[in-house]
Design a binder for this molecule. Structure first.
Ligand code: SAM
Ligand code: DTB
Ligand code: SF4
Length: 329
């Protein structure tokens, strides 16, 4: 096992016991942990942009952007820096404080494209927003360059358990993912690391994923909980939707195990009721992606999200809040 997991202080048995508790007890305790560690009634609003779309050589079974799948997709080469910064400005105007840029790359290659991504990170940071990127595998020197450009967080998901991983992707392994997380941590960048629920995994797989995430050292700064968006043309297009209470259960366990992390409701909210989302907020979720598109699939309209948050009395969180708003422009 990778040496970033040197803090095995949470045992698998403890996570299993937690996961199997009555749901309302879990949500009740998760709400307490949330309130003890975060400002209640506050939501981090994030916007996603696909800066390079499709044509990826990895074979992730859920992904619209893999060359191994047959999803209908408008492929795009790496966007121009100005175009990306325009989108970031719009995201800021509509209330987002974190801007996440995703590229369908298996790994980062040094060269002009990576230089351009560093410029994008610098530009977004200079605007007073938190910049996050997800670019696939990354070496330590590349992570250092991103840090120098101002990167706040690097998104790199473990997606599922080590045991189930080869049913989801065969072109890389779990340790490849852990190695990149290690490089990110060494460069002093926060990691945004979570998973996808609804891939066909068992309760034990979800328990194992949560156990691995909670034992990362340092723990992730944010934990995206994606619900599978079944995409036509992928092997997972016909997957059954996960029981919504299992989704809430996983969110509550994540909150209890990783008290300081932002727990982010990521893909899949379009098919999740407002009531279930409110229960997830109660269980400690405190970040969402806003805007009508995720990377390649649709997301709830901004107005619908603001209406829901308004009804619940939840307010947007300021950027760089944990660092005294150091870069607010
Ligand atoms: N290529 C990079 C990587 O895999 O790390 C970054 C982009 S990738 C699209 C970012 C994350 O989006 C994946 O790790 C996965 O968790 C999530 N994702 C992709 N397709 C999804 C889908 N159809 N449903 C839910 N989550 C998805
Ligand atoms: C994450 O965990 N979820 C976001 C973000 N990190 C990059 C991506 C969700 C993608 C959903 C499928 C799509 O739109 O292509
Ligand atoms: Fe490529 Fe990332 Fe999609 Fe996997 S999830 S196919 S690595 S873009």
């Amino acid at each position: 096992m990778s040496n970033i997991q040197n803090n095995e202080s949470i045992t698998l048995a403890e996570v299993t016991d937690l996961y199997n508790r009555p749901l309302l007890d879990l949500v009740y305790d998760a709400a307490g942990v949330h309130r003890a560690n975060h400002t209640p009634n506050e939501m981090q609003m994030c916007t996603l942009l696909s800066i390079k779309t499709g044509g990826c050589t990895e074979d992730c079974g859920y992904c619209s952007q893999s060359l191994h799948n047959d999803a209908e997709l408008e492929k795009e080469v790496l966007l121009k820096t100005e175009e990306v910064l325009d989108q970031a400005r719009k995201a800021k105007e509509s209330g987002s404080t974190r801007f996440c840029m995703g590229a369908a790359w298996p790994k980062v290659l040094d060269g002009r494209a990576f230089d351009r991504v560093c410029d994008m990170v610098q530009g977004v940071t200079d605007m007073g927003m938190e910049a996050c990127v997800t670019l696939g595998m990354l070496s330590e020197p590349q992570a250092v360059r991103l840090k120098e450009a101002g990167l706040k967080a690097y998104n790199h998901n473990l997606d599922t358990s080590r045991e189930f991983y080869d049913k989801v992707v065969s072109t890389r392994n779990y340790d490849d993912r852990l190695d990149t997380l290690k490089n990110v941590a060494k460069a002093g960048i926060a990691s945004c690391c979570g998973g996808i629920l609804g891939l066909g995994e068992s309760d034990d797989d979800r328990i194992s994923l949560l156990h691995t995430l909670a034992n990362l050292n340092p723990q992730p700064e944010s934990v995206p909980i994606n619900m599978l968006v079944p995409v036509e043309g992928t092997p997972m297009a016909e997957n059954e939707m996960l029981d919504i209470f299992d989704w809430i259960r996983a969110i509550a366990v994540a909150r209890i195990l990783m008290p300081k992390a932002m727990v982010r409701l990521s893909a899949g909210r379009l098919t999740i009721s407002k009531e279930a989302q409110a229960m997830a907020f109660m269980a400690g979720a405190n970040a969402i992606f806003t805007g009508e598109k995720l990377l390649t699939t649709p997301n709830p309209e901004k107005d619908a999200d603001y209406e829901l948050l308004g009804k619940l009395g939840i307010k947007p969180r300021a950027p760089f809040k944990d660092e005294d708003n150091k870069k607010v422009a």
